[in-house]
Write a protein that binds this ligand. Structure first.
Ligand code: F3S
Length: 298
């Protein structure tokens, strides 16, 4: 059976960078914390925790005797500098308030915010600083969108998060600035901008979309139409992996979304001559390689 990997698959630049940065921090046995799971991949998160990088809900959940005064959990004096735990900021970034809280409490900040996300944060703050009402095209409640909103508000702006043109509030007036969550579809950003123009506005648009998601979806769709079965690897809680599986299933009914090789049932591949493999942006190379090895051995 031939096993073919999609031309673009697996950890994107920002996710790989965050993993590498976390690895570097704990390589010498140092303690580290991540604010929420570093990536949407349960196996990777469990492995990081076992090696010393624990995921916590917020900086207040970190009990460290050297935390800055004023913290309810702080007890005793600051530890030696070498004992200061690092707090790794995830690739989709945090609000300026969270960043300040981490710094105020004396932790070492390892900022693994993806540079594309940082660019979007700066664009949102810049538009707000120029007096624009800021429209964030994205998914309300997503941590990246919360970050973009907070960076713009910190710069004095009023912000609206819209997932689609229908959500554009009434009564807007220029100047209006637009930024997008990095994983948005280009068509959706264009539709929102078109609707703003149709409302008589002249929006200043900062295209902050990162192409990694689209490239993975296009490569997966191409491959899915040319194989007998598709295996999509990634966390079930990863929305980009779920979307990849949906895209593949459109042309390849035998599409399997799995988190690891041990979920694969050899019987499901009976009669297959070509199997495609793709993986979400939170799937590291070793997990993809393990699945490919399993499939090749069938
Ligand atoms: Fe960064 Fe794009 Fe990945 S914004 S985290 S490279 S999907």
């Amino acid at each position: 059976m031939e096993v073919i990997r999609a031309k673009r698959a697996g950890a994107c630049y920002g996710v790989q960078r965050a993993l590498d940065m976390a690895d570097e921090v704990i390589a010498d046995g140092s303690r580290a914390y991540t604010l929420g799971p570093l990536i949407h991949n349960p196996q990777v998160v469990a492995d990081l925790a076992a090696r010393g990088a624990e995921a916590v809900g917020s900086v207040e959940d970190i009990c460290w005797e050297g935390a800055a005064a004023g913290d309810a959990s702080a007890e005793g004096s600051a530890s030696a500098a070498g004992d200061v735990p690092a707090v790794v900021i995830r690739s989709h970034g945090v609000t300026p308030q969270v960043l300040a809280a981490v710094e105020d409490r004396g932790f070492t900040v390892v900022d693994a915010t993806c540079p594309h996300v940082s660019r979007a944060q700066h664009a949102a703050a810049e538009l707000a600083g120029e007096g624009c009402r800021v429209i964030v095209v994205g998914e309300a409640g997503h941590p990246e969108v919360e970050g973009l909103t907070a960076w713009a508000e910190e710069a004095g702006g009023k912000v609206d998060v819209v997932a689609a043109p229908e959500e554009i509030p009434e009564g807007l007036y220029d100047p209006v600035g637009v930024v997008a969550q990095t994983t948005q579809r280009r068509e959706n950003l264009e539709a929102v901008v078109a609707a703003l123009r149709a409302a008589g506005l002249e929006p200043i648009v900062k295209n902050t979309i990162c192409s990694a998601t689209r490239q993975r979806q296009e490569a997966a769709a191409d491959l899915a139409s040319a194989v007998d079965a598709m295996v999509v690897i990634g966390g079930r809680n990863s929305s980009n992996t779920t979307r990849l599986a949906e895209v593949c299933a459109l042309t390849c009914p035998r599409t399997f979304h799995i988190e690891s090789a041990d979920e694969l049932d050899p019987a499901a591949f009976a009669g297959c001559r070509r199997v495609g493999v793709t993986a979400g942006a939170s799937t590291p190379e070793n997990q993809i390689a393990a699945v490919e090895k399993f499939l090749r051995a069938l």
